[in-house]
Design a protein around this ligand. Sequence first.
Ligand code: GLO
Ligand code: MG
Length: 348
Amino acid sequence: MAEEKPTAYKFSFGPWNIHSGADPFGPPVREEFAFAEKLKFYKKLGFDGVQFHDDDVVLDDTPHEEMVKGARQVKKMLDDEGLVAEFIAPRLWEDPRTIDGGPTSNDPECREYAFNRARRAIDLAHILETDKIVWWPAREGTYIREAKDPIISVGHIVDFINSMLEYDKEIRILGEMKPNEPMDLSYIPTTGHFIGVAYKTADPARVGVLIESAHCILAGLDPSDEMAYALWHKKLWGVHLNDQHGLKFDEDKAFGSVNLRQAFNQVWVLEKAGYGRNGEFIGLDVKAMRTQKKERSTRHLANSRRMFLALLEVVRKVDEAEIERLRALRDYEALEVYILEHLMGIAP
Ligand code: GLO
Ligand code: MG
């Protein structure tokens, strides 16, 4: 039997991953690159895909005709750089109408705003030629438990997804779950929750997930097991690889920078499952350190990609027969050292 060719992975990031270094406690520390300048970095850094918020394409509330014109201009810019759009994510968390959430707001007018904005994101997706909408439910939760009805909220979320599925018969919805931040507690905080909800929507085959490593760690879960769970359901359509130092604010650290072994296991699970063979991207969601100077503020992207590819080499070098042998012996002590030696480059 002919051997299958190794997956040629494609990488993506969002324009927000090149940023001015502002944080909740301090102002920008480097000038923001213009969008056109950011696009120039993609190919140079080894990336082919651009992740978009809807308002990275055109500002919200732009009249329809102008919106179409603006989106076509962005499509042309992508074409000129040889790039493609991976997904559009409606940025539902910055508008005054979503202070208390979009789909789960108590105010029906605010819910309606969220529904309309998501449909508009689908229009943009058409123009940018992607069939993926990513939904990160940033404010769909509560600061205090009593603020919303938690049962009704789950129903609102299903209605929201259905409204997108009904609006467009091709579009796919990828839930990007996160247990907290900016909310104290989010509804449907994990991939497992979202997949449960997916099966209750009008077209479960078009509802899947994008998994971010840091979000899993924030939920006390292992990212590679989360990915495996979604892969089993054939619902892993995107990833946001990054890293996170324990249970605190969402750090979006460079991939592999905190826990190499955990990163290795993510690459392992993706590679073994053939992730990427249907055009899925290795997406990153990483922040540059605030201390970084402007002209060196894309290093975290190159570094994360480098770590993915280096870990991929390790994954491909590891001998599966040896792993099977040690599994059969139940000698996990030996298996552990076998993996660690490979990770450290000291395998005999
Ligand atoms: C924040 C999320 C955010 C999303 C992005 C795309 O915690 O990770 O960065 O990935 O807005 O929806
Ligand atoms: Mg993310």
